[in-house]
Design a protein around this ligand. Structure first.
Ligand code: FA5
Length: 340
C-alpha cells in the first residue's frame, strides 16, 4: 500500500517539477512533498506501523524517492537561477569599451562671469586689467590714498591686521596706487578682486567680497566723463533701465566724491533685508581723484586729473540675478551654483 503511495507521490511531484515555470513553483513543490508537513514526511510517519522487514524495504523506497525529488528540484532550481542571472546581466550590461562620460562639466561662478563681462567692456573702452596683492601694505591700502594713520576714515573699514604690520586689503583701491606707480598717465585701468573686512556677516555683508576698482587719468577729466562710464557699465550689466541715484559720498581719495546707489531689484524699492529696508543698495562709490593722491604717486596735477570708482561686484551680482542673501555666493552649494 505504502509503496504504491510513495511511487504515486514521486511521479506526481516529478511531473509538477518538470512543468514548473518559476523558482517559486519549485519551492512550493519542495514544501508540499518534502517539508515538515509534506506528503512523503507523512508517509514516513506511517512506517512505524509496519513489520520490521517491510519497514526496511519501504524505508529504502522512501529514501530513493526523496533523493530523486531532491535531485530534480535542485536541477530545476539551478536552471531558474541561471536564467535569472542571465536576465540580470542582460539588463545591467555595459559596454566597457565606450569612452567614459567624464566628470560633469561645471560652470563659471556668477561673480567670475560678470567680472569677465565687465573686463571685456572696459578693455573695449581702452582700459587695462590690473591685479594686485590681497595682503597689502598699510601704505598702499591707506596712506597713499590720503588716509593717514589718525584719519577717522580708517575706522569705517574694519581691518584684518597681520602681525607683521601688513593687512588684508580692505578694498581694491590700493591697486590704483600700484597702477600709478607702474604706469605714467594717461592711464585707464580696472582691477577686480577680493577685499576683506572684519565685519559681522548678514544678508548684504560678507567678510570676504569682490570689488572692481576703476581709474582713468587724463587731461581735463570731468564728472561728466565719470557719469558716462558708470552709466555705460550699468547698462551693459543690467541690459535694461535700472533706477540709480547719485548722492555726495566722502572718501579721502576722491574730491568731489559720490555714492551711486541702485534701487533694490530684490524688493523693487519697497524695502527688504538686502537693502536694509531703505529701498536702495550701495553699489558704486566714485569721484574725481583727489589731487593729493596723484601727488603722492608723483603725478603732475597741473597736467593731469582723473576719476575713480570702487564697484561692489558681489552686490552687483546679487542685483543682476535677484539673489537675496550674499552668503549663498560663497556657500559652495552646488544646487545654487548650477543655476548659473
Ligand atoms: C570703498 O571701498 C572705496 N574704496 C570705493 C571707492 C573707490 C570710492 C574709488 C571712490 C573711488 P566702500 O567701503 O563704500 O568704498 O565699498 C565699496 C562697495 O563695496 C560698496 O558700495 C559695497 O557695494 C561693497 N561692499 C562694502 N563692504 C561690503 C561687504 N562687507 N560685503 C559686500 N560688499 C561690500
Amino acid at each position: 500500500m505504502l509503496e504504491n503511495q510513495i511511487s504515486e507521490l514521486q511521479a506526481a511531484a516529478l511531473k509538477r517539477i518538470a512543468a514548473a515555470h518559476s523558482a517559486d513553483e519549485i519551492e512550493a513543490v519542495r514544501v508540499e512533498a518534502l517539508g515538515r508537513k509534506g506528503a512523503l514526511t507523512q508517509v514516513s510517519k506511517e512506517m512505524g506501523k509496519l513489520a520490521p522487514e517491510e519497514r526496511a524495504r519501504v524505508g529504502k523506497l522512501l529514501n530513493a524517492a526523496k533523493q530523486a525529488l531532491e535531485q530534480a528540484l535542485d536541477e530545476r532550481k539551478q536552471e531558474f537561477d541561471a536564467s535569472a542571472l542571465r536576465a540580470q546581466l542582460d539588463a545591467e550590461w555595459i559596454d566597457l569599451t565606450l569612452p567614459s562620460p567624464g566628470p560633469r562639466a561645471g560652470s563659471l561662478h556668477p561673480i567670475t562671469q560678470i567680472q569677465m563681462e565687465i573686463e571685456d567692456l572696459f578693455v573695449s573702452l581702452g582700459f587695462m586689467v590690473l591685479d594686485g596683492p590681497e595682503v597689502e601694505t598699510e601704505y598702499h591700502n591707506f596712506d597713499a590714498l590720503n588716509i593717514p594713520p589718525e584719519h577717522p576714515a580708517r575706522d569705517s573699514q574694519d581691518t584684518f591686521w597681520l602681525t607683521d604690520g601688513n593687512l588684508l586689503r580692505t578694498h581694491t583701491s590700493p591697486v590704483q596706487v600700484r597702477g600709478m606707480e607702474r604706469f605714467s598717465p594717461p592711464l585707464r585701468m580696472i582691477a577686480p578682486g577680493r577685499a576683506f573686512r572684519n565685519e559681522s556677516v548678514d544678508a548684504s555683508h560678507e567678510h570676504t567680497f569682490y570689488q572692481l576698482e576703476g581709474m582713468m587719468i587724463d587731461r581735463d577729466v570731468s564728472v561728466a566723463h565719470l557719469l558716462y562710464f558708470m552709466k555705460t557699465l550699468l547698462t551693459e550689466v543690467f541690459r535694461r533701465e535700472v533706477t540709480v541715484r547719485l548722492r555726495p559720498g566722502f572718501f579721502p581719495f576722491v574730491e568731489p566724491g559720490f555714492e551711486l546707489d541702485i534701487q533694490c531689484v530684490i524688493c523693487g524699492g519697497s524695502g527688504c533685508a538686502v537693502c536694509k529696508h531703505s529701498g536702495w543698495v550701495e553699489l558704486l562709490p566714485c569721484g574725481l581723484v583727489n589731487p593729493n593722491v596723484l601727488r603722492i604717486s608723483g603725478i603732475d596735477t597741473e597736467k593731469w586729473n582723473g576719476f575713480a570708482f570702487g564697484l561692489g561686484l558681489t552686490r552687483l551680482v546679487m542685483m543682476r540675478y535677484g539673489i537675496d542673501d550674499i552668503r549663498l555666493l560663497q556657500s559652495g552649494e552646488l544646487r545654487f551654483l548650477r543655476q548659473f
